[in-house]
Design a protein around this ligand. Structure first.
Ligand code: 9MG
Length: 263
């Protein structure tokens, strides 16, 4: 899953793809490098980010989604927490809702159910503006797993079938470095939930904390972590650096698949 943020303030690619022609060229490039999904976002969810209005978000993402749907052959995902953006994005050509808020906003679960979209339910403690101030868990693995299970059950009750759901533990969303490492060490616990596991670690600040690296130098830890996630059963990796991530994913997948062989 290639990342396409149409935002002035995202932590890594903020401001790069504001012009539709630039966004389209970047999406084409990611597709050529092996992305099968493009995740279009119009509101930054980085720690401390300020919310944007519904209209502003629609103005940013809808023209891009329409062009991607016309001109590219890949699944279009809308990264949003807002029901109206979900509905409009689906009409424009998206087919996956990537909600870092796991459809907890008023009306979001109904919007997702009505559109027939696939949904990625991501775990977040708190909200983007303040989530990194003091993340607290007694047992991060058990609590994130239980929260995702609760959201899966809410979706099933609202008429969204399990076959349309993906889950994501939400690395960096209301989690300390230790919380993130514990989740990354036990991704098998999320694979057990019975929905494909999506993971986003690309260039994230946990690598800054762990290795002292600036955003521009986090490629190696990002792809290593992607490979380790695939080895534990992850199905989709959300990434900025598509070429390197695809190589890491394909290698890890080949090794994972060789596990069951007898020769
Ligand atoms: C929008 N966004 C930013 N980080 C993310 C992550 O880790 N997972 C998902 N699903 N979305 C994310």
């Amino acid at each position: 899953m290639g990342i396409l943020n149409i935002t002035p303030d995202s932590f890594s690619d903020g401001g790069l793809w504001l012009e539709p022609a630039q966004a389209l060229a970047q999406a084409r490039q990611m597709q050529a490098e092996g992305a099968r999904l493009i995740d279009v976002g119009g509101e930054s969810t980085r720690p401390g980010a300020a919310p944007v209005s519904e209209q502003e978000e629609l103005d940013r993402v809808v023209p891009i989604i329409e062009r991607l749907a016309r001109e590219l052959d890949c699944v279009i995902s809308i990264d949003t927490m807002k029901p109206a953006v979900m509905r409009t994005a689906m009409k424009a050509g998206a087919s996956l809702i990537n909600d870092v808020n796991a459809l907890r906003a008023d009306g979001a679960i109904e919007a997702a159910a009505e559109t027939g979209a696939a949904v990625c339910l991501m775990h977040m403690q708190g909200e983007p503006r303040s989530m990194q101030e003091a993340p607290r868990y007694r047992d991060v693995l058990a609590e994130v797993r239980a929260a995702l299970l609760e959201r899966i059950e809410a979706c099933l009750s609202a008429g969204i079938p399990r076959a349309r759901l993906l889950v994501d533990p939400g690395i960096g969303f209301g989690k300390s470095l230790e919380h993130n490492l514990r989740l990354l060490a036990r991704l098998d616990a999320f694979v057990d939930l019975g929905c494909p596991l999506l993971l986003g670690v690309s260039r994230k600040s946990l690598f800054g904390k762990l290795l002292g690296l600036p955003v521009a130098e986090r490629l190696v830890p990002s792809v290593v972590t992607a490979a380790l996630a695939i080895q534990q059963g992850a199905a989709i990796i959300r990434a900025h650096d598509v070429r390197a991530t695809v190589q890491a994913v394909q290698t890890a997948l080949a090794i994972r698949e060789a596990r069951g062989e007898s020769h």
